[in-house]
Design a protein around this ligand. Structure first.
Ligand code: BJ8
Length: 423
């Protein structure tokens, strides 16, 4: 952290002592996992800077936007339409957390056998460690898995600012109508809290911004099909994680710049590992920042991660929004359809997901899949069966873990054995 932000953190009500401890642990982990990598692209320098200022510069920017009257909207799920937040002049911040923090505080409110992602977002708030949550004007939840649904009730008691979008469990005609209505209601909610009527032009501009961000991420994803891989899975994961809270225009510019460098690498046959290194896709539950555990173990065991079939990854940018709309209502229709293409395991049936994984394996030339579920994440743990069955010809390993480091040795042994079978 370049400057002293103590006064800002104090103003946001953070627990300064615990917060200093958290930043210390994060900075050490980042040095060990990220800065020790070899052959990193120069373009990762920007993302290193973003991480070093994750609770500094970006919070200053957010608080400045807030002072200018913009609303800060926290989200936990890909289903919350970013276009509508931006169209209302809002700032959209992904609040999912990937570190074991505030667990004992969280367990006073929610059961021990809750997934680590839910425990983390509760824990960060309860332990006074998240400047993003404290900066928000509205936190948008959704009715996806049971754990989140019920946790939002408690989170609202604590924060008094949770708004929940109803997400259907299926994708029938009736469900589509319900969802379109939810998208309309969300637009009205954003108009109410921002005091701004959302126009066709606002939606056009916002859609273009979000699509460009998705296109930059798609470009990065495509470059990972090269052998040797021009970027490590760890670095590509970081870019996908930063996408959830960075300024979208700047993020797109910096990701495109990184991709231009990677294109040069591909032309020259330069990679982060040797050609022929086992290529792995990690598929399953979201991999929220700073959860780098499985990528670190997999790449530390001699493989390269070439794709994330995850909400922090392909599910976030696979589909663009059709920008060809001429009225606000038409735009909302296109937005609701685009978001219903997301193949989250909370839906039933969810046949698109195994098919999407299959195409991803082919496109990226992957040698194997590690199906990763957070412990107690029933939707993804259950869906592993169907994914494995559909992808029978591809080496496949199921893995359940959480954010703790206790099972690192055990995971490493399993990943190494899996890589042996691929080799
Ligand atoms: S679109 S995956 S972000 S709901 S909280 S399901 S880890 S038990 S986050 Fe999700 Fe939206 Fe779907 Fe993506 Fe499992 Fe935990 Fe539930 Fe989770």
């Amino acid at each position: 952290m370049g400057k002293d932000y103590t006064e800002m953190w104090k103003g946001l009500g953070l627990n300064l002592e615990k917060h200093a401890g958290l930043l210390g642990v994060l900075s050490d982990a980042y040095k060990n996992i990220y800065l020790s990598q070899k052959e990193r692209p120069a373009g990762m320098g920007y993302f290193d800077f973003v991480i070093s200022e994750v609770h500094g510069q970006r919070i200053i920017e957010i608080l400045k936007a807030k002072k200018e009257g913009k609303k800060i909207i926290g989200t936990f799920c890909l289903y919350v339409p970013e276009e509508i937040i931006l169209a209302a002049d809002g700032v959209c911040i992904g609040l999912c957390a990937g570190a074991e923090v505030g667990t004992s505080e969280a367990e006073k409110f929610i059961p021990r056998n809750t997934c680590a992602l839910i425990k983390a977002f509760m824990g960060f708030k309860l332990a006074g460690l998240c400047p993003y949550v404290e900066s928000t004007d509205l936190i948008v939840g959704e009715t996806t898995c049971d754990g989140k649904k019920k946790a939002y009730e408690i989170f609202n008691e604590i924060t008094k600012k949770v708004y929940v979008m109803e997400i259907p469990n299926m994708k029938t005609e009736e469900d589509r109508k319900l969802w379109l209505n939810e998208v309309r209601k969300f637009k009205e909610k954003m108009e109410e809290i921002s005091g701004k009527k959302i126009t066709l032009n606002d939606l056009k501009k916002a859609s273009s911004t979000v699509n460009k961000k998705r296109e930059a991420l798609q470009r990065l994803s495509k470059l990972r099909s090269a052998d040797p891989a021009p970027i490590s899975g760890l670095d590509a994961l970081l870019v996908n994680q930063v996408a959830f809270y960075d300024d979208p225009l700047r993020f797109t510019e910096m990701t495109d710049r990184l991709c231009a460098e990677l294109e040069e690498r591909v032309k020259q046959g330069v990679g982060v590992t040797k050609k022929g290194t086992p290529r792995i896709i990690i598929s399953g539950s979201p991999i929220a920042i700073p959860n780098w555990k499985l990528h670190a173990v997999t790449e530390g065991s001699g493989a390269v991660v070439v794709g994330e079939e995850s909400c922090v990854g392909e599910r976030n940018h696979r589909e663009l929004l059709d920008e060809n709309f001429t009225t606000v209502d038409e735009a909302l229709g296109k937005i609701s359809s685009r978001y219903l293409t997301i193949d989250c395991a909370c839906f039933t049936p969810n046949n698109e997901r195994p098919d999407n994984i299959k195409s991803l394996v082919e496109r990226l030339g992957a040698d194997g899949i590690i199906h990763y579920s957070l412990q107690f994440c029933t939707p993804y743990m259950m869906e592993a069966y169907k994914v494995e069955k559909t992808l029978k010809s591809i080496p496949f390993m199921r893995l359940e873990t959480d954010y703790s480091m206790e099972d690192m040795g055990q995971i490493k042994t399993r990943v190494e054995a899996f890589l042996e079978t691929i080799r």
